[in-house]
Design a protein around this ligand. Structure first.
Ligand code: CUA
Length: 341
């Protein structure tokens, strides 16, 4: 019986450890800063285990050895100078060395100046992060005056110390990608910063760590670290994507897409990430063979207009409602969608 319970506990512990291995987890360091935090964690953890073993061992030992039992009176102790000195001096030394160690690590962790090779601005707002890449030639769009921006996903090259300048549009948020580094609050009206660096290419999960309202739990960060020689290619793709959705000629349609019901359901990167699972992604809708699940082909002005005018009329039972759009709204939306190649 007791063995069965212990076995069940061990299995539960092992399986939860496996589950934690994929999560945002501070003890899976993938960068120099996270590694330094993790080292400190393990040192303190090991010290705590040793203290636990000594203290609990002494309690159990004394409880058995000196207890009252037939033929034995419980012993009483008063004043043990050597023991009292030991359990005062050792913990004091431990606390002092932890402080010194933490101090040294903090110096390294908080050093955002000087040797950072790149600075990205991150702004928190309920409930997403927006990122502005440096105002350098490589991030400049074709119009010559705007620079690359993005939201939710933050892209960096590996083995590069990146300084993140934090700000907030509304309430306090907190930036944290556990396997890459420590966390820092984004406070309205105040400039804060931190640095991050990834050892290996990959995707690292992060989470806003300051309760900021209803959507706090969904305020995620996806940090993508690219191999150094592939970062430039990513920058070019990201600029092309941003240009595709931000052309001034299609501004009217874009604004309608964003403000009407479209954006709530459909994903059109990098403009919107829709939340309705059945809604087709429209990122490159103009390059598709058909729309409305194959009912209308090819994707052209005429078919998009027919579809937007009355979706259930074209495809009875479709989940896309007739939004009762005006002719002008339909025209603007179609012009915008046709540029999404
Ligand atoms: Cu933003 Cu929690």
């Amino acid at each position: 019986m007791a063995l069965g319970v212990i076995a069940a506990l061990v299995i539960a512990l092992l399986s939860s450890t496996a589950a934690l291995a994929d999560g945002p987890w501070p003890n899976d360091p993938q960068g120099p800063q996270a590694r330094s935090i993790s080292e400190l964690y393990w040192i303190m953890f090991a010290a705590a285990v040793v203290v636990l073993a000594i203290v609990d061992g002494a309690i159990i030992y004394s409880g058995i050895k000196f207890r009252e039992r037939p033929g034995h009176v419980a012993q009483q102790f008063h004043g043990q100078n050597l023991l009292e000195l030991t359990w005062t001096v050792i913990p004091t030394l431990m606390v002092v060395s932890f402080s010194v160690l933490s101090w040294q690590k903090l110096d390294f962790i908080n050093n955002t100046r000087g040797d950072a090779q790149m600075t990205i601005q991150a702004q928190g707002q309920q409930w997403t992060w927006s990122f502005s890449y440096p105002q350098e030639d490589r991030f400049r769009l074709k119009d010559g005056k705007t620079y690359l921006t993005g939201s939710e996903e933050l892209h960096i090259p590996v083995n590069t110390k990146v300084r993140i300048e934090l700000s907030s549009k509304d309430v306090i948020h907190s930036f944290w990608v556990p396997s890459i580094g420590g966390k820092k609050d984004a406070v309205p009206g105040r400039a804060t910063d931190l640095w991050i660096e990834a050892d290996k290419p990959g995707t690292y999960k992060g989470q806003c760590l300051e309760f900021c309202g209803d959507g706090h739990a969904d305020m995620l960060i996806t940090l993508v670290a690219h191999p150094a020689n592939e970062y430039a290619a990513w920058v070019d793709t990201a600029k092309a994507d941003l240009e595709r959705v931000s052309s001034p000629e299609t501004a009217a349609g874009r604004e309608l897409f964003r403000s009407l019901a479209c954006a709530g359901c459909h994903t059109l990167k990098p403009l919107t990430s829709g939340k309705f699972p059945g809604a087709p992604e429209l990122t490159h809708v103009a390059s598709k063979q058909s729309i409305a699940g194959g009912v209308l082909a090819p994707v052209n002005q005429e078919n998009l207009t027919r579809w937007l005018s009355n979706p259930p009329g074209v495809k009875p039972g479709t989940q896309m409602p007739n939004l009762g759009l005006s002719q002008e709204q339909i025209h603007d939306l179609v012009q915008f969608l046709l540029t999404q190649k």
